[in-house]
Design a protein around this ligand. Sequence first.
Ligand code: ADP
Ligand code: MG
Ligand code: MG
Length: 891
Amino acid sequence: MADKWVYLFEEGHGGMRDLLGGKGANLAEMTKAALPVPPGFTVTTEACNRYYQEGRTLFDALKAQIEEALGKLEEKTGKRFGDPNHPLLVSVRSGAPVSMPGMMDTILNLGLNDATVEGLARLTNDARFAYDCYRRFIQMFGDVVLGVPHYLFEQVIDDVKAQRGVRHDPELGADDWRAVIARYKAIVQRHTGQPFPQDVKAQLFAAVRAVFDSWNNQRAIVYRKLHNIPDHLGTAVNVQMMVFGNMGNDSGTGVAFTRDPNTGEKRLYGEYLTNAQGEDVVAGIRTPQPIETLREAMPAVYEQFVAICERLERHYKDMQDIEFTVERGTLYILQTRSGKRTAQAAVKIAVDLVKEGILTREEALLRVDPDQLHQLLHRRIDPSAPRDVLAKGLPASPGAATGRVVFDADEAEAWAKRGERVILVRPETTPEDIHGIVAAQGVLTSRGGMTSHAAVVARGMGKPCVCGCEALKIDLRARMFAVGERVVREGEVITIDGATGEVLAGEVPLVDPVLSPEFHELLAWADAVRRLAVRANADTPDDAAKARAFGAEGIGLCRTEHMFMAPDRVPVVQEMILAETREEREAALQKLLPMQQGDFYGILKAMEGLPVTIRLLDPPLHEFLPNLEELLVEVTKLRGDPQADPERLAEKEALLAKVRKLHEFNPMLGHRGCRLGLVFPEIYEMQVEAIFRAAAQLVREGVDVRPEVMIPLVGHVNELARLRKLVDEVAQRVMAETGTSVAYTVGTMIEVPRAALTADEIAREADFFSFGTNDLTQMTFAFSRDDAEGKFLPHYLESGILPDNPFITLDERGVGKLIAMGVAEGRKTRPNLKAGICGEHGGEKRSIDFCHRVGLDYVSCSPYRVPLARLAAAQAQLRHGSGFDNLSENR
Ligand code: ADP
Ligand code: MG
Ligand code: MG
């Protein structure tokens, strides 16, 4: 109904959130269910939008409908708005379609003026109560509608209490409040140049306007941006008859959750305040009592409340957060909504509701946010511990860690070897710091965003990380950092909370993650539902075992370069790179062979019976050599030093020459991936030999191994054809030599746009595709990730040029189109082509939903994200059915 701007509570229902807002829709729903809700009406969100279109005026039709609804409210209640003999008082409450807690204040007791307050006093025979209501009203209206600073009012009360020598508001009498009111009115007059409005209709219209205006106050705009709430929704306004919790000791007000929002335990959890009005509980003016006090004080009311809680929970099929008021022994329900809860509670409640027959398993699976599930896997700070917060950065990788501060990666490693727990503190981290991150409990950086190197690596390892903590002034030389006046030196203990971004002084007790039976139960349900398989990205047997424990069904990406970077191997790797001839290089490779074979043995064994995708060497060789600039400095020094050992100088000069030779202008597009394997086939031959020797050894031991050899960075089918031949030849040779047979496949990463575009050709040579969406995103956007995130991407995101960071959430329109094309074209050539994703997107819920729709066979993500991915994959199945044909809706 286009021209209906106002709905009585009995005219609406719970399904009308968009129009009536969450609060209004629920008030309507409860009214329908005959719960004791004070009568009222809701001004729609459409009216709010129209109000803005009309240049922020309450248009006539709206005013007329408000007056009409008010008339009906008067009939129903037998009271009249502005009538001193039977004054109707109302609350004016905001309520957007999406909950925006604390964004807009509620106004209570509207309809009071100098005349109606006397009527209220007579009717209730309680002048103290009446004046208390009036002063509250002036205070709230003054603050919210007239813009009078809150503290001005607070000062008056403090003054009066001091004069009278009392500590608590309820100890003030009628005359005290009368005095307060007089001073309040003077404040309003002084501040606005006008007397406090006595016309009750003018009060109401002004309050409605104030609620509408609040939709666009700075706080609300920022909140919406932060939570991705669209600006066009608008807010509704609820006008509701007042009921009074401040009418004496048989009155009160409270808030209760139907279950414990921290643990999920089934018990009423809440607070109650005797002789008080709503805002007192929230404002913390008095300490509320636990809800049990209501049971003792008014058992019948308590029983009624418990029964209503149960009804509401069954009705909404979820834990509810309920606001209520008792007026002289009569219970009123003022609000119900789904209660906010911790991750632990979310899982328990969803599973319990299934057991209680309230939810189906499918509904329960859709109830838990995969990100919340993820939080449960990390250690966290004991919530009851005191916190001495030094600074706050970005919450880059969840979990908490305590340790001694160290300022470089080598130190981190050395300290850790001595058995110390350390936190690695750096301005930022680079790939050279990996060993330090491995050794540390957590990482803290002063620069870089949520997707900086430190953040990405720490998340991948499941380590807590706080980054971009700009308040830290790090002095690497002096081995200390300062935050304002405070200084923390190397070796001192700090704690970081990667969930909040806080950096705390000293050791703070941590609690271990407890994976409850409900956690495992929910994931077992997810496994029964999902179509996508979930694998993990893991480079070591330890990680592989961890992934398996979290439910991974294979390894989607095992990177071999990390095996090259182990400190004891770097010299051999350098020897291999510096070799002048093929023979020299092969000699070095022969030394690496047993090391790699050992690595593959461990990882294949850990994943017995499951597929393991091993990617052959990918990064450019210079990553294994010293940094050009540092080397240059060193050589220059040696040259200028007459005492320098000439042999050492020659060695360094040769190294410098090699580094110069390998230096690339644009390494991202340089000599890496399969281009290495084509120019230096002996490197890939060694790796393949190591894989198959390890596999053969395991086969002989009776272990079921399933290696999948993956060639990186292919852009042309000829690249893959040659390398596939190389793999097959080496594999055959090793099998013949060892007299074993190993079942294996050969496939490629699709991470170069040309590979996706020519997937039909490439599939001729590939048993499987694995979409490497990190590189594919870089190359599709032509963004180098490090440069983008350090320079222009934040601007793109803030100004809305890009809706999401494409390195976190897969860009469906662009990169996704290449994936869809790659899968479809590839399967034209090879219908049983297996396809998966191994970029970081494989562990992000929205991207996983896309992977399901596009018909991939599996996603692969860091071990710690495996549970999240299992749930997200199940949710995708529940939302879209089996996938494939659902892609069109997104194109
Ligand atoms: P919020 O969205 O911030 O919770 P509400 O609109 O729910 O704001 O109002 C806050 C509190 O004001 C409520 O919890 C309730 O205690 C009180 N309140 C609101 N409307 C009424 C009413 N009609 N009668 C009595 N108290 C009310
Ligand atoms: Mg509320
Ligand atoms: Mg890549």
